[in-house]
Design a protein around this ligand. Structure first.
Ligand SMILES: NC(=O)NCCC(=O)O
Length: 426
């Protein structure tokens, strides 16, 4: 199968049934090999199939940036050359803001990288990790060549996403904050004068070798600025990750970098609006959501949660998901009565940016590794705060009071029942 310029895979994929998207029973009847009717992203499918005028109006509902469709940005030739040589997807866009009279524009170039694993999971662990480093390097080089200022990788990018197996041996992939993946990225951060967010499985040597799911923030001089540990551990379907790492103890830090104030809301944290809120209250201008999530579990919520967070908190969101299927040596079960399995579904990529004005970029491929680049004028954050006044109107004191009462053991929900309702027995 050959992918064309516009992301259409040449061999025609059949959609199952009558080919109609209406009435399908599951995503499986629309998606074949992870493709949507042969396309590796919804944006590419729509771009190819809608009449340009119809596409224009679809873009309106997908969100306008300062009243216009989001502009694509030309890529540096060497970045394009790297993408063809190493066969990764590459896209670039620009979010603008209104011109202000008293502040200069604050434009930063931000990048997201999504990657698959390279070796089978049966290979020696070091070989697996080194192969991933080698695979990701040309994408980081392309980001560097494109002048990216801040780059974020996906959750636990340096290992297979083994957490669903519940087998302890995968803990061996955990590294200290200053371990080999951080050192690898520190060199590149320095070389390209680029802040890099490095999400790893962390082993905290000084605290009894405790394991955490952590994002290390590497400054543009190659220094370690700090770390954030994933706050919320999923407990559903195959994603029961508490076997491996603990609930984070770092709060909701915002890191002030040379290019702006950034924060990291790791994967499952995106389902918790209070998490997004806390990063916003601490002043984040860009929040990254490095993730690992699969098809039918989350694909319908994926673009909505990020966009909503960006709108509600007046900041940019960068969402990153890994790609491909990862097959493990032993069968395991999700405890839901469904058959045992050796892979946990298809990681659907689809990394993208969302902006506080409800605009968002098209997504990277659902199938291929990729680099997404976007310019963003951070002035847009304050402009949207002024437009909507969410911070001023939020009534945080009401919420603080509600939460304080909710946390008490004798909490009773504030429900006023119709006195005419029949009395319940309990
Ligand atoms: N890694 C992780 O938190 N996955 C949970 C799945 C999801 O939230 O979609």
């Amino acid at each position: 199968m050959e992918t064309t310029q516009n992301g259409k895979v040449e061999e025609e994929a059949t959609a199952g049934g009558d080919g109609s998207i209406c009435g399908f029973e599951s995503l499986g009847s629309v998606l074949l090999d992870g493709l949507i009717f042969g396309y590796d992203s919804l944006d590419r499918l729509l771009g190819d199939h809608l009449h340009p005028k119809v596409f224009q109006s679809a873009v309106y509902f997908m969100g306008l940036n300062c009243g216009r469709a989001l502009e694509a940005v030309p890529l540096a030739d060497c970045a394009k050359a790297l993408s063809s040589e190493y066969d990764f997807d590459i896209l670039a866009f620009r979010f603008t803001a209104d011109k202000e009279l008293l502040r200069e524009p604050r434009v930063v170039r931000v990048g997201l990288i999504q990657n698959s694993i390279v070796c089978p999971t049966t290979f020696p662990f070091l070989e697996q990790k080194m192969a991933i480093h080698e695979n990701v390097k040309p994408m980081i080089d392309a980001a560097g060549a494109s002048g990216v200022n801040i780059l974020c990788l996906q959750e636990a990018w340096m290992m297979p996403f083994a957490f669903s197996t519940k087998e302890k041996r995968w803990c061996e992939f955990a590294e200290p904050v200053d371990g080999e993946s951080t050192r690898f990225l520190q060199d590149l951060a320095k070389k390209y004068n680029m802040v890099i967010v490095n999400p790893i499985l962390e082993r905290d040597i000084n605290h009894g070798e405790t394991i955490w799911n952590t994002a290390v923030i590497i400054g543009n001089c190659g220094n370690i600025i700090g770390k954030h540990r994933k706050n919320h551990i999923p407990r559903g379907e195959d994603f029961n990750e508490s076997t491996y790492y603990m609930e984070g103890n770092t709060g909701h830090p915002v890191f002030e970098t040379a290019y702006g104030k950034i924060a990291v809301n790791i994967c499952y944290g995106r389902h918790h609006p209070l998490n997004w809120l806390a990063f916003g209250l601490n002043g984040a201008e860009i929040v990254f959501n490095p993730s690992a999530t699969v098809g039918e579990l989350s694909e319908t919520t994926w673009p909505i949660e990020a966009r909503n967070a960006a709108i509600a908190n007046s900041y940019f969101v960068g969402s990153i998901n890994r790609v491909g299927r990862e097959k493990f040596p032993n069968l395991s079960t999700s405890g839901d009565g469904k058959p045992q399995h050796t892979d946990f579904g298809r990681f659907y990529g689809s990394s993208h940016f969302s902006a506080p004005d409800a605009s968002c970029t098209p997504s990277l491929s659902r199938q291929k590794d990729g680099l997404l680049v976007s310019d963003m004028d951070l002035n847009l954050c304050r402009q949207l705060k002024d437009k909507w006044g969410f911070r001023m109107t939020a009534r945080y004191e009401l919420c603080a009071d509600m939460l304080a009462r909710y946390l008490k053991p004798d909490f009773e929900p504030q429900v006023i029942s119709d006195p005419l309702l029949p009395k319940k027995s309990s």
